[in-house]
Ligand binder design. Structure first.
Ligand code: ZN
Length: 204
């Protein structure tokens, strides 16, 4: 996949995940950015930074934008999607907490594995997401469980910043997040659409 101009991420968009980290569900989408330099190809290694003691996987549905969307309605946004791709919002959880804002904890190189783009218009409320570590299932959810549905998320974002073709929106992770260790193999699958599998290694 070509490198996106920006990666807009959504925090706490599944009730059970907000709860597992002791947070309330936000009343409006909670947004943050990951740098495009964090993008990692399928099969390449996620590198655990030495400054973090806790690097988590977060399986997510990545929505790839296909048209310029500015102050767009949810229906316009749904029509303006190019496709979807499996995405892993890798997070240094300890740094996310200690910094109070999320740029460092979310922004390391290799912290955004993205799978092959599935081009088209899937049923946006019926995408099944599964995350496995070393073949063991850790997360399973369906997109209907999102607090803010995908077209609403894109519309909300488009009222803040123009979404441009190739931009990626990471739509939030469901419950079940957990730590990665060097030597692990982590896989995020959007069943029937896209999957991304990456080994994990220590920083040499
Ligand atoms: Zn996330």
């Amino acid at each position: 996949m070509t490198r996106p101009g920006k990666i807009v991420c959504v925090g706490r968009n599944y009730r059970e995940h907000a709860k597992e980290l002791g947070n309330d569900v936000p009343s409006a989408p909670l947004l943050f950015l990951k740098p495009p330099s964090a993008v990692l190809a399928p099969g390449a290694a996620i590198v655990m930074p030495r400054v973090s003691q806790r690097v988590d996987f977060e399986g997510e549905i990545g929505v790839v934008v296909g048209a310029a969307l500015r102050k767009a309605t949810p229906a316009q946004c749904a029509a303006g999607i190019r496709g979807i791709a499996a995405l892993n919002d890798v997070t240094a959880r300890d740094l996310q907490k200690s910094d109070g804002q999320w740029t460092r904890g979310k922004g390391f190189d290799t912290f955004c594995p993205i799978g092959p783009l599935w081009e088209g218009h899937p049923p946006l409320d019926a995408i099944t997401l599964v995350t496995r570590v070393n073949g063991v299932e850790k997360q399973r959810a369906i997109s209907a469980e999102m607090v803010f549905p995908i077209p609403d998320l894109l519309s909300y974002i488009s009222h803040i910043m123009t979404l441009e073709p190739g931009d990626v929106v990471a739509t939030g992770t469901p419950a079940g997040v957990g730590p990665l260790q060097a030597g692990d193999l982590v896989e995020v699958e959007l069943v029937g659409y896209s999957a991304v599998r990456n080994p994990v290694e220590a920083d040499a």
